[in-house]
Write a protein that binds this ligand. Structure first.
Ligand code: AHG
Ligand code: MN
Ligand code: MN
Length: 334
């Protein structure tokens, strides 16, 4: 292989000493997620052929039942993570309850929470979608399967988090609390290769991402902030640009690289916001902070929120530090 190319697995092993709890287990776990991502990617790329290959619920030419992609992605992650021996319990946006893993030998130390396919309404229109994941150490005693308690830790306890985007190219971005790195899938060799080392997000920028169709239901401070984004002022580089795909992970990734703010505020329809604390907000808040950004619910740091339940939702402001701080000021003053 070309000496300049570093694969995800090489990188994970090289950085193993960064982990607070030096162990090969977390390395194996991250590499299992990489493998599941490649399998999901293959299926996502075939999504447009659904009318030829068969719809959800039908049987395809190989005699297999065709699954909805988010269920397929969920199954892939669950099977990749339950066979490795590192994970004691999982939580998924697609499962009402935790998924306990019957351990084989020794102790399984890790807890993984995920949104197997984020932005799934974009599948049919060939726009970017992704997988978001979050890793914790188990807190429950014993060496059997983990419990709900293991999943309800605050985001600051995460030992790793990241996402994969299935887009114009497929990229895996993750952090273990020592910076953020991105790996693009080279389909010709089937490997994720380091393409975005040490990602730093700009402190100030000019992209705002919010579903403005809901504006009538926004809190007053958010309405005022959106008005501010659209106002004209040379000194502050306004008006800003509005960009909103409707896949949180893809909106987040663009803003991470270019700088910007993503907001999903409380609305009358969704009083606690729409995004889930455990599967969406916490992992991307960890990535954002590690890249020099900021993530709050408008007031408090996302990573300090103690979860009360698995599928809890949370209002979210995430992205460039100074933009998020200013949006918080608008909320506090209005
Ligand atoms: P999911 O596909 O996992 O259910 O998540 C969809 C989420 C998120 O990806 C996106 O930012 C948000 O829904 C968009 O919501 P609106 O259509 O209300 O803007
Ligand atoms: Mn989602
Ligand atoms: Mn989802």
């Amino acid at each position: 292989m070309n000496g300049n190319v570093k694969t995800l697995n090489q990188f994970i092993i090289e950085r193993q000493d960064d982990f607070q709890y030096a162990s090969g287990d977390l390395s194996r776990l991250l590499s299992d997620i990489g493998t599941a991502a490649k399998i999901i990617n293959r299926e996502v790329n075939k999504a447009g052929l659904v009318n030829i290959l068969g719809n959800h619920g039908t049987t395809n030419v190989q005699g297999e039942e065709v699954m909805k992609l988010d269920i397929y992605a969920n199954d892939q992650l669950i099977s990749a993570l339950s066979s490795g021996g590192e994970v004691c319990v999982m939580g998924s946006e697609e499962n009402d309850d935790v998924i306990q893993v019957e351990f084989k030998e020794g102790e399984c130390k890790y807890v993984v929470l995920f949104d197997p396919l984020d932005g799934s309404s974009n599948i049919d229109v060939n726009a970017s979608i992704g997988t978001i994941f979050s890793v914790y150490r188990r807190v429950s005693k014993g060496s059997g399967p983990g419990t709900v308690e293991d999943c309800l830790q605050k985001g600051a306890q995460q030992v790793a988090a990241g996402y994969v985007i299935y887009g114009s190219s497929t990229i895996l971005v993750y952090t273990t609390g020592n910076g953020v790195n991105g790996f693009t899938l080279d389909p010709s060799i089937g490997e994720f290769c380091l393409s975005h080392p040490n990602i730093q997000t700009p402190k100030d920028a000019k992209i705002y991402s919010i579903n403005e169709g809901n504006e009538a239901q926004f809190p007053a401070g958010i309405k005022k902030y959106v008005e501010y984004c659209k106002g004209e002022d040379k000194a502050t580089n306004r008006p800003y640009s509005s960009r909103y795909i409707g896949s949180f992970v893809a909106d987040f990734h663009r803003n991470l690289l270019k700088g910007g703010i993503f907001i999903y505020p409380p609305t009358a329809k969704t009083p606690n916001g729409k995004l889930r604390l455990l599967y969406e907000a916490n992992p991307l808040a960890f990535v954002a902070e590690q890249a020099g950004g900021r993530a709050t619910n408008g007031k408090d740091r996302i990573l300090d929120i103690v979860p009360g339940e698995l599928h809890q939702r949370v209002p979210l402001m995430i992205g460039s530090e100074n933009m998020v701080k200013l949006a918080e000021d608008f909320l506090a003053k209005n």
